[in-house]
Design a protein around this ligand. Sequence first.
Ligand code: NAD
Length: 374
Amino acid sequence: MLIANSDRRMVFAGAEKMPQGSTVTKSHMTTHRKEKSKVIVTESSDLPVDIESFKNTLGGLAEVKSIEVPMRQLSSSEEDELIRELADVEALFVRSGIIGKRVIDSSRKLKVIAIHGVGVEQVDVSAATENGIMVTNVPGGNAEAVAELAIGIILALWRKIPLADRKVREEKWSEGKSSGIELKGKTLGIIGLGHIGSRVVELGRAFDMNVLGYDPYVAPAGVGSMGVQIVDLETLLKESDIVSIHVPLTEQTRQMIGEKELRLMKQTSILVNTARGAIVDEKELCSALENSVIAGAALDTFEEEPLDPSNPLLKMDKVVITPHIGGSTRECLTFIAVVAAKDIAKVLRGEFPENLVNRDILTKRGTRAAAIAP
Ligand code: NAD
């Protein structure tokens, strides 16, 4: 069931508060004003939105309602409810829920779907394009948060921080005192040199690591100055002590790390995935860890989330696991809410958004997007 968040009751952003002492003249009161646009925000208890920053950025432009939607494929009755909620809504800001074709096809007033973050697989973008609905995202919005988490879970794994913490609490002080590995002088291999990957390059350099990068879509000259050596994937896998994945999930990257790639890695190396679970063949990863093909893994994303309690990864001390918290920092939530609201505001005012995902919409004759294309 989708729930209208009770603590976030329907809010009329920028409600008409007159400054104290000001006079409301009759003409003010009778001036015809366009009805406010309606905006729906989807969130859940573990996937919150900085709703105050979102509303403040929209100003008086829209009426914002937040509804609780689970982070998964919606059942058909949940989709029916969402369709009802969206009946007279012009903008949808999506943090939770998979927004499929049926919801999009049925939401006749929707002009824009803003995605909370950079990855867009949560929304059926082609259905939105077919319906002339713009899809926006927030590129780079969580780069710092994810990059810092990647380094954090690498340190946690190599210094065995979760294990040490657990042993101390179990009153087994000495058992928590195992020795770890330093980052300095090691080789960090980064797959995908976009917003997050390039920040991980900088952080790796700050730890005096040698950094290798693989990204066929960036010009080596552009990233060379960051102190990363561009190599092919095979070289990166063979030479790195840490392989960290920062590509989007696409048809090309789905299961791009499988048995063959894991076997190319050093036996002492570790795999870090803070991108998307399906980029790694998880069954092959488990087998590589069980058979000491690689030494460990630090994972924030999984093929299936939440993790099934029977998942063998949960039993391995050579694996550090976090529950998809890469982008979960206060700073990141505020940044994303503000950027998404700015783009929604632009679309509602008939302007062109900064971060349009479905640029092919511009060539679709007769759509709103084509009409306002710069
Ligand atoms: P980005 O678009 O800025 O960078 C992605 C880079 O990957 C680009 O440089 C692109 O050229 C490269 N790339 C694409 N296909 C490739 C391929 N086949 N081989 C090698 N490189 C390839 O995106 P970003 O902001 O750096 O984010 C990367 C991914 O991180 C997102 O798509 C998202 O899935 C994931 N992410 C996870 C979290 C989290 O909470 N764990 C949060 C934010 C983003």
